[in-house]
Design a protein around this ligand. Structure first.
Ligand SMILES: [Zn+2]
Ligand SMILES: [Zn+2]
Length: 404
């Protein structure tokens, strides 16, 4: 566990926003880029997976490059990591060096500055290091790579013989699994991130992001008669709002409202079975689960007669992936409040907001998941943004997830 370097301001009064930057599986298309999503937490941005051209997608979205402070990689398949080094270079003012005799001011890196943080499985550090070295890239600010090591991985060392670049902090941790999970790989006063392995064709990680409890809803009418009667300053309301108990001058004790659970998100990488993350993933506000392949006879015109649901599901699982039904069933298993699907095969177009035929296909995929989940399911498309509000906040329950 590591404590965040600075105290984070509470974010419960603002939405946590998920912006899907890429929603394709192996092959990108004209309507879907490779995997990446941005999580906006107050003014900070964290990126989960970073497929090729993620930096381009950030530029097309309302996500600010300068606000990105962390990247979490689920696994090192190219469609999830090929965009990491370009994004790093973009965020840390990196590019080629200077000719002999010309001073490059970026070489005077302030290593006391909080580093840009990258979390990922074994190989993430070596991958970044070799890409920087062989492209002669110079960075102006520090970065650090923390690796979540599986029990079968080497537990120490950098997994590469390349020298650490000047900009790489020596404080990168190799985080061992304990009891099958990586608990609190990041934690500050407001947010924590834990992780667990999920089954795919290569080592793969699912992440949970949890907000600390937030103040309960206060009903001033409940307290005002006692406050007025005892001529207590109204400022006492602040203590009550914080959940504290206050004794008035006549001995009456007022109890502030109980804190409410903060928000919780579960973001999975590629998987045919995410069971190992179940202990960490209970009751999230949002689950993001892949649905690479679907059986859509009568809807996708090139469905072959011999294609059955069982055959499609088996093919998906053999490649380490899921069907919408598998995603829906998992969302139900962990008691998710809402489910969004991503990581779609290139045959499922991502322009369903403008093309009626695409909408029919993506609605059908969402419905397959919804039949298992028991609630409506959203299929992500590139640049879709979703706001997650606090559970139990004023307003209709359906207002908690707003998509734009
Ligand atoms: Zn993938
Ligand atoms: Zn993969």
């Amino acid at each position: 566990m590591v404590e965040g370097s600075s105290k984070r301001l509470p974010i419960h009064s603002s939405p946590i926003t998920v912006t899907f930057l890429g929603t394709a599986s192996a092959m990108p298309s004209s309507t879907r880029n490779h995997s990446a999503l941005a999580l906006r937490l107050g003014s900070d941005v964290w990126i989960f997976d970073c497929g090729e051209a993620t930096q381009h997608q950030v530029q097309k979205s309302s996500v600010k490059m300068g606000k990105i402070e962390k990247v979490f990689i689920t696994h090192t398949h190219g469609d999830h990591i090929f965009g990491l080094v370009p994004l790093l270079v973009g965020c840390l003012n990196g590019a080629g060096g200077t000719t002999d005799g010309v001073e490059d001011t970026r070489r005077n890196i302030n290593m006391n500055e909080p580093p840009f943080e990258i979390y990922g499985p074994l190989g993430t550090r070596a991958y970044v290091r070799s890409a920087l070295k062989y492209t002669h890239t110079v960075l102006a600010r520090p970065y650090v790579v923390h690796e979540l090591r599986f029990p079968s991985d080497p537990q120490t060392g950098d997994f590469t013989n390349l020298w650490r670049p000047r900009a790489e902090s020596p404080n990168g941790r190799n985080i061992p699994q304990v009891d099958g999970v990586w608990l609190d790989v990041y934690k500050d006063n407001i947010l924590s991130v834990s992780a667990a392995p999920i089954y795919h064709s290569v080592p793969c990680i699912g992440y949970t992001i949890t907000e600390a409890p937030v103040p309960g809803k206060i009903d001033p009418q409940k307290y005002l008669p006692d406050i007025k009667r005892t001529k207590t300053p109204l400022s006492v309301m602040r203590q009550l709002q914080a959940g504290e108990s206050v004794q008035l001058n006549d001995g009456t004790v007022l109890h502030g409202p109980k804190p409410r659970n903060g928000r919780k998100l579960v973001i999975l990488g590629d998987t045919y079975d995410p069971s190992p993350i179940v202990p960490l993933a209970q009751d999230p506000d949002l689950l993001i689960h892949e649905a690479t392949n679907a059986h859509l006879p009568g809807i996708v015109t090139n469905t072959k007669d011999g294609d059955t649901f069982e055959a499609v599901q088996q093919t998906a699982m053999d490649r380490g992936h899921s069907t919408p039904q598998m995603a829906g069933a998992f969302a139900k298993r962990i008691g998710a409040e809402s489910l969004i699907l991503n990581h779609f095969s290139a045959r499922y177009p991502g322009d369903d907001d403008t093309d009626p035929e695409s909408k029919i296909i993506m609605d059908a995929i969402g419905n397959l998941a919804a039949e298992e989940f028991g609630k409506p399911v959203v299929c992500a498309r590139d640049l879709l943004s979703v706001d997650i509000g606090i559970r139990g906040k004023e307003g209709k329950e359906t207002d908690r997830m707003d998509t734009t």
